[in-house]
Design a protein around this ligand. Sequence first.
Ligand code: SF4
Length: 447
Amino acid sequence: MVGNMEGLILQSMQRYNILPITSRCDSYCIFCSHHQNPPEVQTYSFGHRKYEDIIASLEYLDARKKIVIGESATKLIEGEPFLHPDFLDILKALRERFPKTQVSITTNGNFLHNDVVRSLKNLEPLEINLSLNAITPQNRRKLMGKRARDMEPVLKSFKKEGLVYHGSLVALPWLTGWEEITSTIESLQENNSSTVRVFLPGYTKLAAQEMQFPLNLWDDLDSFIKELRKKFQIPISLEPPRIKNLSSEITGVIKDSPAWKAGLKEGDIILRVNDNPVFFRVEAFQNVKKLSRMYLKINRAGQEMNLELQKEKDEAPGFVMDYDMAPETIDDILEIISRYRPERVLVLASYLGYQVLQKALEQYIPEGVKLYIQPVRNEFFGGSIMAAGLLVVEDFKVALREWNYNHSEKIELILLPAAAFDHTGRDLTGTSYWEIADYTDCPIVVI
Ligand code: SF4
C-alpha cells in the first residue's frame, strides 16, 4: 500500500504537475464525492505529507507548467491544503525553487485570515480557486458543515491585497434557494474575483436523499446562468458545460485582460486567428494563448469583424470558453485510425461528451472509415453521474454487449476514453480494460 501511495504521489507530480499536500479536510460538504462513492472505488488517503518529503519531491515538478495544489487527477484523495501546519513554508520553498511558475491552489477558504492572505500576496504568481459555494453564512454551513467560515471578510481581504483569484460554487438551489447563487456571484464580482465557475450538482446511487434532484434541474441551471451572464460582467462558466456543438464561442471576458482591451465580448465567436480558421473552443483558446500579437476575425451577433489582440506569448488571453474537445484527442484518434486502418470504428463515450465528440470526428474522420459512437451509461456510480472519468470496465462491458446485440456490423477497432483509466489502464475499481477484450475480437485502444 505504501509503495502504491508513493507511486501515485510521483505519478500525480510527474504526469499532472500536481503537488499532493494533504488528504485531510476540515469541511464536510454534502456534495463531496468521498461520501458517495461505492465501496469498490479505490481511493488513497495519505494524511498530511511530511514537510521534508514534500521538499525532497519538488524535483519531480515541471517549472514550465502551472503547479497545481488541492486538486486530484489520480486515485489520491486531495484535502484542504491550508490545513497542513507547514503549508505556508511549503509555498515559500516552492517559490524559491520555482520563482516564476504560476501556482494554482484550490481551497475552501476557511483558513484564509488576513495575515495568510498578506503572505500569499508575497508569493505570487498565484491563482487561488476559492470553493465558496454560498456567500450567506448559514447556507455555507448547510452545504459545507459547521466549520465553514463566513467568506465575506476573505473576499474583502483578497480585494484589498489585489490577489488573483477565482470563485466557485456547486449549485444546489433546492437547498439554498436560487437567490443564493445570484448573491454569491454578486459578491464575487464586487470583490474582484476574475471568474466564477458554477458546478452542476451530481449524485451517485449511494447519495443521501437530500442530494438527489430531478435531472431537468441541469437545464434550469443552464437557463438561469445564461440570464445571470446578462446581469453580471464577471465571466460565469457552467461546468460540465451543456454544449452540444463545436463553435469557438466566448462565455465571458475577464475585466482588464488582453481580451477585454481588444474589445472581445461574451457571445463573440472566433472564426480565425490571423489567417488560420478555428472550429472549436479549445482549439481557438490554445491558438490564441501561444501567440503574442494577432488579428482575430470574429462573428458578433451575425456581423463579422476584425480585432487586434496583444499580450505576452503563452499568457492566458483573458476570455473564458467552455471546454469542448482537445485538438490532441482528435489528432490521437486520427493517428490510431491511420495505424490500424479499420473500415469500422466503435467509440465508447460518456453521455456527457458523446455529442461533441461525434461532431468533431464527423468533421475530421478520413473517407472510407465508418464511425459509430455508443454512449455508455454510468451504471456503476448510478444517480446523475454521466462523466467519462467515472465510467468503469463493467459499464463498458454492458455497453458493448448491448451494441453487439443491436448491430450486425463487424467492428475492427474500439476506442475507449482515457479519462476512465489510470496510466496502467485500470479503472477506479482497479479493473484493467483488458477485461473488455472478452466481448470482442478486435483491437481496443484507450485514447
Ligand atoms: S472542501 Fe472539498 S475535500 Fe473538503 S469536504 Fe468539501 S468537497 Fe470534500
